[in-house]
Design a protein. Structure first.
Length: 260
């Protein structure tokens, strides 16, 4: 019995001695409590604790990736969507992260879910799809403000997926097609307007030189005759017909006035 008692005492002493020494990595800190009261934050490196009297809680200072589960929400224009996101955060104050909240990871996760639904539900579907960067920033600012008392720094928030039902996808496809048709009509109308302006300018230039019109028609006739066609329909300008008619009338008048 004496041997067993001594062996037990030796084992207990060795265990206490081992528990006195803790090694913290570069990215770890130890929140030390002295008889239940906060004492100080130690680390990294070797940390020596008084057995039983002092206890230590490890805190990881590296950036933590939090995957926010898919959330069902209704946008401001009454569209039901499913959204999930990812949050990057880290502990900047180990003392606050341990003393001010029971589990900073679980608390940050739940807060991220509620904030995601609250912020995105205030916007319309078009904003949710087109202005994702701005919405990410808004969520990040709100989360960072609310977790500041926990010693948590929210680095980045990214909305990953926005899932819509099939009917809404078809409606968006029709809307996009209608928008493309509208743009095509606007471009066509703009081209017609620019072409009409150029034609107007050309008409003004040709009006200043009447002979240029006849030269233009002769050039066009020459180009048409080079084509392998059996029939040529060539428009004659009305002013040219008026000129020829005037010349013919003048000639007839001269012949009638001639005594011969």
């Amino acid at each position: 019995m004496m041997i067993y008692s001594v062996a037990s005492i030796v084992i207990i002493v060795v265990a206490l001695l081992i528990s006195m020494f803790k090694v913290l990595r570069e990215y770890e800190r130890g929140v030390v409590f002295f008889l239940g009261r906060f004492y100080l934050v130690k680390g990294p490196g070797l940390v020596i604790l008084i057995p039983i009297i002092q206890q230590m809680v490890r805190v990881d200072l590296r950036t933590i990736v939090l995957d926010v589960p898919t959330q069902d929400l209704i946008t401001r224009d009454n569209v039901s969507v499913k959204v999930n996101a990812v949050v990057y955060f880290r502990v900047v104050d180990p003392k606050m992260a341990i003393n001010n909240v029971e589990s900073y990871f679980e608390a940050t996760s739940q807060l991220s879910q509620t904030t995601l639904r609250s912020v995105l539900g205030q916007h319309e579907l078009d904003e949710l799809l087109a202005e994702r960067d701005r919405l990410n920033k808004d969520i990040q600012v709100i989360l960072d403000k609310q977790t500041d008392n926990w010693g948590i720094k929210i680095a980045t928030v990214e909305v990953k997926h926005v899932d819509l039902d099939e009917s809404m996808i078809r409606a968006l496809a029709k809307q996009a097609e209608a928008e493309r048709v509208r743009r095509a009509k606007v471009i066509h109308a703009t081209g017609e307007l620019e072409a009409s302006e150029k034609l107007k300018q050309a008409a003004l230039v040709l009006n200043q030189a009447p002979n240029a019109v006849q030269l233009r028609y002769m050039q066009t006739l020459t180009e048409v005759t080079n084509e392998k066609t059996s029939t040529i329909v060539f428009p004659i300008p009305m002013d040219l017909l008026a000129t020829l008619s005037g010349q013919a009338k003048s000639k007839n008048t001269d012949q009638q006035g001639d005594p011969k």
